[in-house]
Design a protein around this ligand. Structure first.
Ligand SMILES: [Zn+2]
Length: 302
């Protein structure tokens, strides 16, 4: 599908505003397809993935970006992670009964489906590097509102995010547009600067979810429609794809770090499911002998 699975940087030259546009289509569908989430859980994960890709695209990093939303409500965990190569994956944890109950209720999504908790993101660039971390309480009706609070409180940057998802006959789609007011190096009076930011926000609020997720509308055309009077400059989009980094070797390493009796099932083996991509890794008793017997895992047994 053209026009999807990308993150695009743009700026409004006339207005000291930087922006990001993210659109997820087939990639999102692949992530959700490997699970059987209730619609509202799929929807929240779809938004988390779009938000994660948006936040990641603001940061310059070489490694792994992770966004986690943890809370005490029906959906207790939403995770999205994205490598600097554009490999995206994610999963959700939830209580099916509580989700079913929350679905019958009305009200803003965050208090209803997530409850109290926080939204946190980290950037991991490998050993011997400092982890970058941002965290904000889930105070807001939507994930976008919570993320906006983070930028206002922690970065002192006025930010507005339009975030949404939809399910149609051709699958799930989600998207986000972020605009952020940058410190100006030009001499402008306060009123003028305030007026410009106000204009940026008002124009973004005219965007409709159908336009954000319209597969016949290119990202460039969509942005041009919004900001053609304000010196919009869009850069080459970054392509995103679904890819899980799990492997039998990594699972074996994790098993080895745990006490054997904790992982062993009734048949003496172990079954490990990757929460991201739902792949099952099966280990027989003799596989576990090899793992826990301090032999190098993977070498042929005598
Ligand atoms: Zn996996």
């Amino acid at each position: 599908m053209q026009n999807f699975d990308l993150a695009q940087t743009f700026q409004l030259d006339g207005l000291d505003v930087r922006g990001r546009l993210v659109r997820l289509g087939p990639t999102l569908d692949q992530i959700l397809k490997s699970h059987d989430y209730p619609d509202v859980v799929a929807e929240m994960l779809a938004e988390t993935l779009a938000l994660g890709a948006t936040l990641a695209s603001i940061l310059k990093y070489d490694g792994l970006f992770t966004l986690q939303v943890q809370s005490d409500g029906p959906i207790s965990l939403l995770v999205a992670d994205l490598t600097s190569e554009g490999d995206l994956r994610g999963y959700a944890r939830f209580d099916a009964d509580r989700v079913a109950q929350a679905e019958t209720q009305e009200g803003a999504k965050v208090p209803r489906l997530l409850g109290a908790g926080h939204l946190a993101f980290t950037v991991d660039q490998g050993p011997d590097t400092e982890r970058y971390q941002g965290i904000v309480a889930l105070e807001g009706g939507t994930l976008a509102a919570c993320a906006q609070n983070y930028f206002r409180n922690s970065e002192q940057l006025e930010t507005v995010i339009f975030l949404g998802s939809a399910k149609s006959t051709d699958g799930y789609k989600s998207g986000a547009v972020l605009v952020q007011r940058m410190p100006s190096d030009k001499k402008k009076d306060k009123d003028e600067a305030h007026e410009e930011w106000h204009r940026t926000v008002v124009l973004l609020s005219s965007l409709k979810l159908e336009e954000l997720l319209d597969q016949n509308l290119s990202p460039q055309d969509m942005l041009y429609r919004l900001y053609h009077d304000d010196g919009i400059r869009a850069y080459e989009p970054k392509i995103l794809q679904h890819k899980c980094r799990c492997s039998r070797e990594k699972v074996a390493t994790t098993l080895k770090s745990l006490p054997r009796d904790e992982v062993t099932g009734d048949d003496g083996g172990a079954l490990v499911n990757c929460e991201f991509c739902a792949t099952d890794y099966e280990f027989t008793q003799s596989d576990l002998d090899a793992i826990y017997g301090d032999k190098i895992y993977g070498t042929p047994k005598a």
